[in-house]
Design a protein around this ligand. Structure first.
Ligand SMILES: Nc1ccn([C@@H]2O[C@H](COP(=O)(O)OP(=O)(O)OP(=O)(O)O)[C@@H](O)[C@H]2O)c(=O)n1
Ligand SMILES: C[C@](O)(CO)[C@H](O)COP(=O)(O)O
Length: 396
């Protein structure tokens, strides 16, 4: 049977670095106070049976009302007053855990974006190893500087991690570490466990599990919540094109020159595949068609490599805050055989669209000698695309 897990959420700090008139954990973030986001995340996790929320003494009553106002289950919540230091607040929370609790997860009230996955993994790793904390590897070069900001040395970052919360452990180990620590200072629970000689295991946390510390963290958290809660914008588009074979022209399909006795007639390079894809993309953003944007009456487009047009179309797609999800393209062509050129076409088109080659699927089919393509008078092509919100709308 599983050990019973509870969360202690220290939220009794004053948030001096944030510089607000109220503690940062009560500041609004995307429609709810920061602390409500944090408590909600823990109550939503099936591993967690109850939460002890530790707040400044003056906020105990108001926190009770807030939790009620935001519809959080009072049966699974206890609110209590914290202490001067974080570790005092955690100790105050521990006093509310009864002996049915085996595993405890300590998590900063000021880390509202913790994921369900991180909570679950910390909890399970603590069951297995005794203690497990979320942390992320240090990715920047580390400098040690003096009080004037002058660098003294570069610190080897190999094996260095930034500790986050949750910090999960058997309650008995946390109690032991606290009793051995006496009044020693620590900025996290793991330090006290380490000092008591208890091994601490790392579980990979996440960059987005940020601790709201300074005003810029709040702005970043707003963006992340917005990104996580904005429903995806999806747009579908279809394109069709056909070109007639003529002599003395290279055959360009999907940006790739394909050996054949004939090429295709057209104002540009007549790349029927790229044109169908452009039309599908333009259709998906409701921006008419390729002829509208690059008219064959305009000498600038005469003989033009159609990949250049595709790249302009992709810029237009991005300007609408959208990106290609995937494209499915069917080339209708009796001759030449295209099987050996599909991969190169996929790669060329994908590169211009800023996606992986797998996102652009190309099929080629004959029409069993029926119709104009069957009589080898020309090549036709259909393309469908699905667009979604651009992950980084301001950057390319
Ligand atoms: N006496 C304290 C101090 C801190 N915390 C909590 O510990 C977490 C991490 O602390 P930190 O980000 O340092 O918060 P503050 O101490 O409030 O911030 P500051 O240092 O800027 O004053 C926060 O959820 C904070 O509310 C606490 O419960 N009790
Ligand atoms: C516990 C902690 O979140 C780990 O990163 C952090 O140490 C607490 O915040 P503080 O700024 O160190 O008080």
């Amino acid at each position: 049977m599983h050990a019973t897990a509870a969360a202690i959420i220290p939220a009794a700090g004053s948030g001096t670095r944030m510089g607000l008139h109220h503690p940062k954990q009560f500041h609004m973030l995307a429609g709810s106070p920061v602390l409500i986001h944090t408590v909600r995340a823990f109550l939503a996790n099936p591993e967690i049976c109850r939460c002890i929320v530790v707040v400044p003494e003056a906020w105990v009553e108001r926190t009770g009302s807030l939790l009620h106002h935001y519809g959080l289950d009072p049966q699974r919540l206890t609110v209590c007053a914290g202490g001067r230091r974080r570790q005092d607040s955690v100790r105050a929370g521990m006093a509310h855990l009864d002996d049915t609790i085996d595993i405890v997860l300590v998590h900063d009230g000021a880390r509202p974006l913790v994921s369900q996955d991180t909570i679950t993994r910390c909890c399970r790793a603590a069951r297995e190893h005794g203690v497990a904390i979320a942390a992320i590897p240090v990715k920047d070069t580390l400098k040690k500087a003096d009080a004037n900001g002058v660098v003294q040395s570069t610190v080897d970052r190999q094996g260095l991690w930034q500790a986050q919360t949750p910090q999960a452990m058997r309650l008995s180990l946390l109690q032991l570490a606290y009793s051995q620590a006496g009044d020693e200072e620590a900025t996290d629970e793991a330090s006290l466990l380490e000092r008591a000689g208890i091994p601490v295991t790392i579980v990979e946390g996440s960059e987005t599990n940020l601790k709201i510390t300074r005003p810029e963290d709040l702005r970043l958290a707003e963006l992340i919540v917005h990104r996580n809660t904005t429903p995806p914008r999806l747009r579908i588009g279809h394109g069709f094109d056909a070109h007639r074979f003529i002599a003395d022209r290279p055959l360009v399909l999907g940006g790739v020159t394909i050996p054949h006795t004939l090429g295709l007639a057209g104002h540009s390079d007549a790349d029927v595949v790229t044109h169908a894809l452009c039309d599908a993309l333009l259709g998906a953003i409701g921006a008419r068609d390729i002829g509208y944007h690059f008219p064959d009456s305009d000498a600038r487009f005469s003989g033009m490599y159609s990949i250049t047009l595709l790249e302009e179309v992709i810029d237009l797609v991005r300007s609408k805050g959208l990106a290609l999800g995937n494209a499915d393209i069917t080339i209708i062509c009796q001759a030449p055989r295209l099987a050996g050129h599909i991969a190169a076409m996929q790669e060329r088109l994908a590169q211009s669209c800023g996606v992986e080659a797998e996102a652009v699927n190309i099929k080629a089919t004959t029409t069993e000698k029926m119709g104009f393509t069957g009589r080898e008078e020309g090549i036709a092509c259909h393309a469908v695309v699905l667009l979604h919100n651009h992950p980084n709308p301001s950057g390319h």
